[in-house]
Design a protein around this ligand. Sequence first.
Ligand SMILES: [Fe+2]
Length: 384
Amino acid sequence: MMRPMKLAGSQLMFGEGCLEHLKTLKGSKAMIVTGGSSMRKSGILQKVIDYLKEANIESDVFSGVEPDPLFSTVINGANKMKEYGPDIIIGLGGGSAMDAAKAMWIYYENEEFKTLQDILPPNEFPKLREKAYLVCIPSTSGSASEVSRSIVITEDATHTKFGVGNMEMMPDIAICDPLVTATMPGKITAETGMDALTHALEALVSKRANYLSDIFSQAAIKDIVQYLPKAFEDGENLEYREKMLNASFTAGLAFTNVSLGIVHSMAHTLGSLFGLAHGLLDAVLLPYVMEFNSKDGNAREKYNKIATEIKGGSDLVSIVKELNNEVNIPACLSELIPDDKSFNEKMELMIDMALADGCTKTNPIIPTRDELRDLYLYAYNGRR
Ligand SMILES: [Fe+2]
């Protein structure tokens, strides 16, 4: 049976200049959670603080969230929130900063929670919003955490990534202003943009895909194929930035409702074991998994329909490969993981982890162990 659709929180703002929406927020104290120094350097952090001031909201900043946020960072942030007592939490940055803000919010609201296991099944996910509501402002066009119900948090000791999804974590307000993304470097533009394309393409062929998620996925795929190379070449062009940011959250509206597939299962696994960026892994794996998924008639039909609409007949796998090439993404995993011995030694673990990943169950074909092994090897060696 169909699952209920939820399209973003209570407010979804997009378009150039919509950051000003912060002036209309209600509350008294905000904690802004952000990553390294890019938001400070670009002046966006100061803008956020100033707009909040205009709404009579004081603010404090928790900065330094690392890529693939660690659980210890989540606890540090939650402790800072317990001292400061915000009634608004603002995640400002890429997927890592927004995911960390969501996770800190859980531990701030539930002071009795101490461990990562407290929010993992079989434990019941807690209610939020007793103390604060959540605003997310993306600085990349990729993760769509601003409209998603999920987070990925890394366990300190094992460096294992844990994905947690619950509707409680849907941000109340998403503010998607292309000006916030304008200073993103080319490499990040490419990797996060390919993450967004992977969200759209996996949602499109998900076993839970529906009429509405298909509309979002298709729109996002077409815009990303057209505008990612342009945004990569000319990052200062706000029209291209806006197209990419809109496509990213539109893909998010689809995948947060119908889930993903094995590109994500394999990327989560390789990210945990080899410490590589999520979007980069998605990008490299995507064409190999699409070739595999094309064995499913429904998936093949959907790919072909989009390919015809984009380029009048060429196949979608080739379109994705060409796109990767245009934005300087390597064609195979061996370029990212040169140590093939270590890659092969971890193979059985890599298969276990990908099969156990929550994204596997909605892939159009559930792969066997042998099929997953082949997929890893094809992606490693660049073979069809
Ligand atoms: Fe992703």
